[in-house]
Design a protein around this ligand. Sequence first.
Ligand code: ADP
Ligand code: NI
Length: 214
Amino acid sequence: MEKIIEQTEEFVKAELGEDATGHDYYHVDRVRKLALYIAMEERKGDLFTIEMAALLHDIPDEKLNQSIEDGYFKLHSFLETLPLTQIQKQRIVDIISKISYKGGNEAELTTFEEKVVRDADRIDAMGAIGIARAFSYGGKNGQLIFDPNIKIRTNITNKQYRNEKSTSIHHFYEKLLVLKERMHTSTAKRIAEERHQWLEMYLEQFFKEWNGDQ
Ligand code: ADP
Ligand code: NI
């Protein structure tokens, strides 16, 4: 099992190492550690499956592939090289397809393993790291840090979200501040609570400086 994890790390490093959209290998490594931590605190779940799914969760992301199909082809091709049973491979792919689902509504999560990896991925979009990732994403995509002329929208579908103009500060209101309500495990809720406070503190200071208050 250890050898398989190592091989997977190498594969993911080679695939994501240079990416600057916030999906770099260090993001993946943080998600893996968070997911394992949550599962151990909750004393539940298949740790091997969780670790593999966390490591591979961004491989089929549409931002990194020509198409989603290409991404899944890459994932399947890699899994074929590992000495795992068909069932083990399917469990890993199922978690990844559930958590990276970007349709209009969220995919319903059923297993504990899916919930843990999803929670971990979302926690990494919060707190100090989440703030850095939002501005890094915004910079890469030519977004302003903030524009008071753009209306802040809440409760929008992912499709609308991707197609309309936004800024990184808007992203806090439209996505990041609601994440703490979307956690599935109690351990993730606890971690998200603290990271949420960092988002709030950051915004308070941001607007103080934006408005020129001393
Ligand atoms: P995930 O790893 O959860 O699938 P995404 O692909 O949705 O994440 O986004 C990667 C990172 O970029 C996250 O930290 C997210 O908060 C940030 N991000 C996504 N969309 C925007 C946006 N419109 N503005 C600023 N940051 C964004
Ligand atoms: Ni991710």
